[in-house]
Design a protein around this ligand. Structure first.
Ligand SMILES: [Zn+2]
Length: 306
């Protein structure tokens, strides 16, 4: 497999369908952080980067990104698709959200310092790859909980194209330093997908997201083919519901369900103590449910979109 220095990686001249190793920079022991990359390109615009593994324990995004490399034929491509399934290799190898090299969240580094290794990785990726794109799709999962597959954007101009992907769309507020926030500041059209939970692969959800991304690629003329119109429910607000006490959580609601204000969400059983019923403070669509049963007081058990 060809190795390329990230500074020499040029999405404007790359052509064909190929796998690469992108070398970024050297760690303390002189070993190089090297990223797996798949390119499917006719050497034209529009250019898109699809990324997973910013957080090393979020495997659905990694799995989806590498599947897209295998499933999209070069003949059906008009533009340039850059697939990066593992943006943070040290964290992926440790199977943890951030790597223990510096415990820095890669998804908060893009417009910041570059002194620590993870910050340096973020800066190199942004300068040499992301800043040259027309589009970015960045795929994540929940950690202790599970997300219903949905898209999030921070620019309302993206609603129409985002609606090509998944049935639920959240227009979020900007999060400082995140890849999609940083890219939107450079006017790169950016989309975040949340799908399933950490340290797991949900093949049903994965298939839904792959089909959604393929439809988006057709709708943006990056690939050829018939676009399917989709019904999308759009939300402007998210509320996270915290647990009122520490203990063992049991949900009695399902992902995707619409719940009314006052409806029971689940129960939290205190260690050697009382069980409390948790009720929803608002009406909304359940987009996230905590799957880890052990919960501390104040930790979120549910996210609602409304
Ligand atoms: Zn993540």
């Amino acid at each position: 497999m060809k190795r390329t220095k990230i500074q020499k990686f040029n999405p404007d001249t790359i052509k064909g369908k190929k796998r690469l190793k992108i070398d970024t920079f050297k760690l303390a022991d002189d070993s190089v952080i090297s990223l797996p990359c798949g390119v499917i390109s006719k050497g034209n615009k529009p250019k898109i980067a699809i990324t997973g593994g910013q957080h090393g324990n979020e495997w659905n995004g990694t799995y989806i990104t590498q599947r897209l490399y295998k499933e999209i034929p070069l003949e059906k491509t008009n533009g340039t698709i850059i697939l990066l399934p593992v943006l943070n290799p040290p964290a992926f190898n440790q199977k943890t959200r951030v790597s223990s090299i510096d415990n820095i969240d890669l998804n908060r580094t893009y417009l910041g310092n570059d002194r620590k290794p993870t910050e340096r990785l973020g800066k190199l990726l942004f300068e040499n790859i992301f800043s040259k794109m027309d589009y970015i799709i960045d795929i994540h999962t929940g950690g202790p909980g599970e997300y219903l597959p949905h898209t999030a954007i921070i620019d309302r101009e993206r609603v129409k194209e985002a609606s090509l992907m998944l049935p639920y769309l959240y227009i979020a507020k900007s999060t400082g330093g995140s890849l999609i926030s940083s890219a939107e500041r450079e006017t790169i059209k950016s989309y975040l997908i949340e799908v399933g939970r950490g340290r797991n692969i949900n093949y049903k959800f994965v298939k839904q997201v792959i089909n959604g991304i393929k439809n988006f690629l057709k709708g943006t003329n990056i690939t050829k083919g018939q676009v399917t119109k989709k019904e999308t429910e759009t939300f402007l607000n998210k509320q996270k519901i915290p647990s009122p006490q520490s203990g063992f959580f049991k949900a009695n609601t399902k992902l995707g369900e619409f719940i009314e204000k006052g409806q029971t969400i689940g129960k939290i059983e205190k260690m050697m103590g009382q069980t409390k019923t948790i009720k929803s403070p608002i009406s909304g669509r359940i987009i996230y449910i905590r799957r880890e049963r052990v919960v501390a007081e104040g930790e979120n058990v549910l996210h609602l979109l409304y």
